[in-house]
Ligand binder design. Structure first.
Ligand SMILES: [Zn+2]
Length: 448
């Protein structure tokens, strides 16, 4: 694999590759999901000086209409006689390459920019255009301002859960006023733009975020969908992030499917081309999301506990088999949990967990009952061949009961590394890679 850190400028090149952290094959999974991403940018998504490893990929999807992939997210560019409409702007580090790509395509000034949502990989590359003297009108949904405020309030949390390191400005996540380009125009439900005599419709939706917008260009029959359409199962369940909106996501996909578009520029990964492929993908997504929502609500209404609702979720094969709805980022179980959280409380329904004893005390008692932590370790290693999911519980108990034992640490790392390597979703891989990171950090601390 090429050294993807080599283009990092001004930040100490990071040698920790995605594969060494998340297991072999993780980097190709990242590229499948996010296109043009390297190890350095993976750890510095907020740093202006860290670019993607390759020059932007550009596809002309319709006359004067382009899909540009400067980094991990896609950008849509519509050229009109009055200037350019650009949808999204990539990560902060994608700005210069995106500007260069746009200028290769057109000499028209940047007339309007629409942010499809406030995520770090979509709304942060515009600074490069502003520094170059462009003065576009910036349009976004009104909730984007709250999204930015939340970023500033939870910069440490976001840096931690996304494994981010500080860039040249000392920040790991956008949090200072100069990090944000604030929109000039906000809207609530929909907004019609007229640029170069052409009509563009900006629609609000809720999906991965509550500030989502997508753009429909009726004359060109092109949709710029942002993260409402990606080439894999929607990220409607992310285990460590704020509420996602599976129901409204399905509604938006249904609305898009009814437009009979010829091309959908996705937020990440490969785009969708052709009316039939678009309808097939979007309507299957609608059915998939609604299936999970109905399952979660039926379970809640029947008084079931969250764990039991999730355990009984079985996705019909016709949905699970769709090649562009694979759980490469998120999982149906996580989407189900997200729906449960939306309508229920935080409690898992287990009375012992309402005001629980400390985890180490509980694990110590289980180890004592088992006849010692070694018995837990032996059983975890044994179960790893037949029931890895159960083995993980035993390994976790063993580690909580005796985190200093090197036999326990070895078992903890081995069992969870195995789980990580067999896991298809990026969110799962990230969580299952934590035991090895925790043990590595602990051992480094002890060596000091
Ligand atoms: Zn995104």
């Amino acid at each position: 694999m090429p050294d993807l850190s080599s283009r990092a400028v001004g930040v100490q090149a990071q040698r920790t590759s995605v594969d060494s952290r998340l297991g072999s094959g993780a980097h190709s999974l990242m590229q499948q999901n996010f296109g043009n991403i390297g190890n350095a940018q993976f750890q510095h998504v907020a740093a202006r000086e860290v670019a993607a490893p390759n020059p932007p990929k550009v596809v002309e999807v319709a006359p004067r209409t382009f899909m540009i992939q400067p980094g991990m997210a896609n950008v849509a560019l519509f050229e009109t006689d009055d200037g350019l409409l650009m949808v999204d702007s990539g990560c902060a580090g994608d700005g210069p390459a995106l500007l260069h790509a746009v200028r290769q395509l057109s000499a028209q000034p940047l007339h309007t920019v629409v942010f499809t949502h406030g995520h770090v990989d979509h709304a942060f590359g515009l600074w490069a255009f502003l520094e170059a003297g462009e003065r576009p009108r910036v349009v976004a949904h009104e909730n984007l301002l709250d999204h930015f405020a939340r970023y500033a309030k939870t910069a440490g949390l976001n840096a931690a859960i996304n494994g981010q390191r500080p860039g040249a400005n000392g920040r790991s996540w956008p949090s200072a006023p100069e990090d944000f380009v604030v929109p000039d125009v906000t809207f609530r439900d929909a907004l019609e733009l007229r640029i170069g005599g052409e009509r563009f419709v900006v629609r609000h939706a809720k999906g991965e975020t509550d500030d989502a917008a997508w753009v429909w260009a009726p004359q060109r029959r092109v949709i710029a969908a942002g993260d409402l359409v990606v080439g894999y199962l929607p990220n409607a369940g992310n285990p460590r992030k704020v509420q996602r909106y599976a129901e409204e996501w399905a509604d938006a996909a249904e609305e898009m499917a009814a437009l009979d578009a010829d091309y959908v520029i996705t937020g990440h990964g490969d785009c969708v081309e052709g009316a039939e492929a678009i309808r097939d993908e979007l309507l299957t997504m609608v059915e998939y999301l609604r299936y999970i929502v109905r399952h979660a609500l039926d379970g809640l209404n029947a008084g079931m506990r969250p764990d039991d609702i999730v355990e009984s979720l079985v996705i019909p094969t016709r949905l699970a088999a769709h090649p562009r709805l694979q759980p490469r980022y998120d999982r149906p179980e996580f989407i189900c949990r997200n729906v449960i959280r939306r309508y229920g409380g935080w409690w898992d329904g287990n009375p012992a967990n309402l005001l629980p004893a400390p985890t180490a005390l509980r694990a110590g008692e289980i180890a004592r009952l088992a006849g010692g932590v070694d018995v837990l370790v032996a059983r975890a290693n044994e179960l790893a061949d037949s029931d890895l999911r159960l083995a993980c519980h035993l390994a976790e108990w063993a580690f909580l009961a005796d985190p200093r034992s090197s036999a326990v640490q070895d078992c903890y790392v081995a069992v969870f590394d195995r789980r990580r390597d067999g896991e298809q979703s990026l969110m799962g891989k990230l969580a299952f890679s934590e035991p090895s990171q925790r043990v590595n950090a602990q051992r480094a601390e002890e060596d000091r």
